[in-house]
Design a protein around this ligand. Sequence first.
Ligand SMILES: [Zn+2]
Length: 352
Amino acid sequence: MHQFTRFSLPLCMVVDEGVFGHTDEILEDYMPGITKKKAILVTEEFLKNTYSDIVREICDDFGEAPVFTVSDADYETASALAKKISMESIGVVIGFGGGRVLDTAKYAAHISKAVYICLPTTLSNDSLASPFSVLTMEGRSRKTLPCKIPTAIIVDTEMIRKAPVSQTMSGIGDTIGKYTAVYDWAIAAKAGNARLDDFAYSIASMCCDSIMYCDEKSIQSKHFMTALSRALVMGGLAMEIAGSSRPCSGSEHLFAHAIEEYYPDIKISHGLAVALGCVGSANFQGRDDMKIIEVCKKYGLDLNPETYGISRDMFADIWMKAPGTRPDRVSILNDTELNREWIDEIYSRMQK
Ligand SMILES: [Zn+2]
């Protein structure tokens, strides 16, 4: 059966040095009159204080917009924010921050039907432009909720440079993960478990290639940051076009989910967990993992599980539990006879 797909793309995507100071002019160019609409800026206390000048400037430019601070990306906060937006007839939601802030702002803007402007302060994962929001429900389980993607995305490379480099490394890991994600998607499509979208597939593959084959060695350079922001944003758009997270999430993400769910005490960023998973997934898929290992070395991503306190036993257990984290998601793991010897071999490889 043929399914008709509908998707929308952002009107504006600007990546440059110091652009947050020109947010109003940039948005006016794309959406004349937008600065006259009632707006709200969503951020967190720490960012509001650290970047008080730029936060004040943006609020001033949007008719003295109020600031709404969030401390967690939970459903209750997002709903309270959506209620405020609706009750006060606010038309523009400006998300200024990292994953927590952006997921909350995106969901609140989505349910209140406000225009959502995304101003990321870190490049830690591809959720910034994805059609999903991950929110905690009642302080416990995290739920992925469908959302409208941002109307505008502005990335200030000067701001990203101020963020901890570990966040940027996480963004690299999430991007590299597409190497195995698209492959798993094709496997799932063959098995009748998913519908492959050629364009989303190509976009996600290109995102991965743009970082894997990037000739820029310095992670802090404007050139690299531009490449990474594009890769993360385009990853989000690939999900929007596909109507699912498939182009960006395969068995390497199941590995990351298993860490999150069964070993919550392990301190590892989402993107690094994905990069670790990507090595295993590539091996299970019978593909070369050298490119993954090389690019991680080049940008300082440590693939040794021991660094994060993941022992051999834990590593094997995480892989065993991975398929169960999303049982409906077919991947190479459905066709793989996971055995301890093989997993140990991969572990050893990652220690080098
Ligand atoms: Zn991810």
